[in-house]
Write a protein that binds this ligand. Structure first.
Ligand SMILES: Cc1ncc(COP(=O)(O)O)c(C=O)c1O
Length: 402
């Protein structure tokens, strides 16, 4: 280890520590006027009401902002040591070994890697591939457990697209009619090796799949079929019927759980996520990942965010308050919606959603895209109170005009 490495590691640890001691009021993050006026961002960036990507409108932890600023001077280095620190922090938080944590360039990268590693045709990257430095041109080896991609419908589509690109058969199993939970028995019946995607809470419905059902299902899935449970919206769910399945990993070698820093930690633009699973799965996934895929600033912000429990409690509270105000208004207007366990909500318009999405967009309010299997539902992110008022005003207008 060089002196430079020692210096940078020590300095990094100190900077993270300084972040933890940084006392700041929790500001609502706003882009400064000078930044907006500059050439960096388009003029329209701050003008529209963006309720289309389930972002956290309150911005990152003040500790994360400070840690990133402090880490500017470290960006000339490759991120290995910083990855070690983040992995250690995550492992401690979940009570797992470091070897069970894999970081991703957003949880989107984790989903992509899972599709590549566990679905589709044979590959020449066998179990003998070296962990960090995949060898090239190895003999063709059959890797067990590759096959179909099974996912609910509707859901967060990314993993299905990656599986299709990978040559896999993608099977969509409709959510259960009334509850919008995953139809786990049909998903199990459809699976054959490969990978099952569970999104809990599910995007776009913001519904959950009850913990008892999910636990039983995980117990029934044969070991050669991998299960990835995407817990991107974990922090927003407060139902008694909801739980994280991370504690089940110790008994289920085929289980992978993905988390992201994009939602409650408000780091969507930074790109950082991770998964927890058995080391053998990470060994199979690693050859599909770009080396050094997660950047230093994202990791500095992630470590600092995990040291700031107020980021979670405040984000949850503000989301709850604003969601409650919105649903009161929807009740009074007579609209039904799927009970939301996330930072977005699916409203049933009882008419085709596409013209309403377009009408809102013309009024500067962007909501979620149309989901073909729920053609009368509209997905709306829970933004700040003032944004929801803008949404309601435009919504009333569009619904009377169209
Ligand atoms: C369910 C779900 N999983 C994963 C992602 C991707 O998140 P990331 O920003 O970590 O790539 C999203 C993004 O909206 C999502 O809704």
């Amino acid at each position: 280890m060089t002196d430079f490495t020692l210096l940078s590691r020590r300095r990094f640890t100190r900077l993270i520590g300084a972040g933890a001691a940084y006392v700041a009021t929790r500001p609502t993050f706003a882009l400064s006027n000078s930044l907006r006026k500059g050439k960096v961002l388009p003029e329209s960036f701050g003008a529209a009401v963006r309720l289309n990507s389930n972002e956290n409108p309150y911005g990152p932890s003040p500790l994360a902002l400070k840690a990133m600023t402090d880490a500017f001077s470290l960006v000339w280095r490759y991120p290995d040591e910083y990855a070690d620190t983040l992995i250690e922090t995550i492992a401690k938080m979940h009570g797992v070994a470091r070897e069970q944590v894999m970081l991703g360039d957003g949880s989107g990268e984790i989903l992509k890697i899972c599709a590549e590693a566990f679905t589709g045709p044979m590959t020449n990257l066998g179990p003998s591939v070296e962990l960090a430095r995949p060898t090239r041109g190895g003999a063709l080896q059959f890797v067990p457990g590759r096959g179909k991609m099974v996912a609910p419908d509707p859901t967060y589509e990314a993993i299905l697209n990656h599986a299709r690109v990978n040559g896999a058969e993608a099977i969509k199993v409709p959510l259960i009619g009334d509850s919008f939970a995953h139809d786990l028995s049909k998903m199990l019946a459809a699976a054959n090796e490969g990978l099952i995607y569970i999104c809990n809470p599910n995007n776009p419905t913001a519904s959950i799949t009850p913990k008892k059902d999910l636990r039983e299902f995980i117990g029934k899935v044969p070991e050669q079929t991998k299960i990835i449970v995407d817990e991107a919206y974990f922090h927003y769910a407060d139902s008694q019927d909801y739980e994280s399945v991370i504690p089940l990993i110790k008994d289920h070698p085929n289980l992978i759980v993905a988390r992201t820093f994009s939602k409650i930690y408000a780091m969507a633009g930074l790109r950082c996520g991770y998964c927890i699973t058995r080391p053998e799965n990470i060994q199979r996934m690693r050859p599909h990942q770009s080396w050094d895929s997660v950047n230093v600033l994202a990791m500095a912000a992630a470590i600092a965010s995990l040291n700031d429990s107020a980021q979670v409690t405040q984000g949850r509270k503000l989301n709850e308050q604003t969601k409650a105000a919105l649903t009161r208004e929807l009740d009074s207007l007579g609209y039904k919606y799927i009970p939301s366990q996330a930072n977005f909500i699916m409203i049933d318009l009882k008419r085709p959603v596409r013209p309403v999405i377009d009408g809102l967009s013309q009024r500067g309010v962007h909501v979620g895209r149309a989901f073909p299997s729920l053609p009368t539902h509209m997905r709306v992110t829970i933004g700040k109170q003032v944004e929801m008022e803008a949404f309601l005003s435009a919504f009333r207008d569009v619904m009377t005009a169209t």
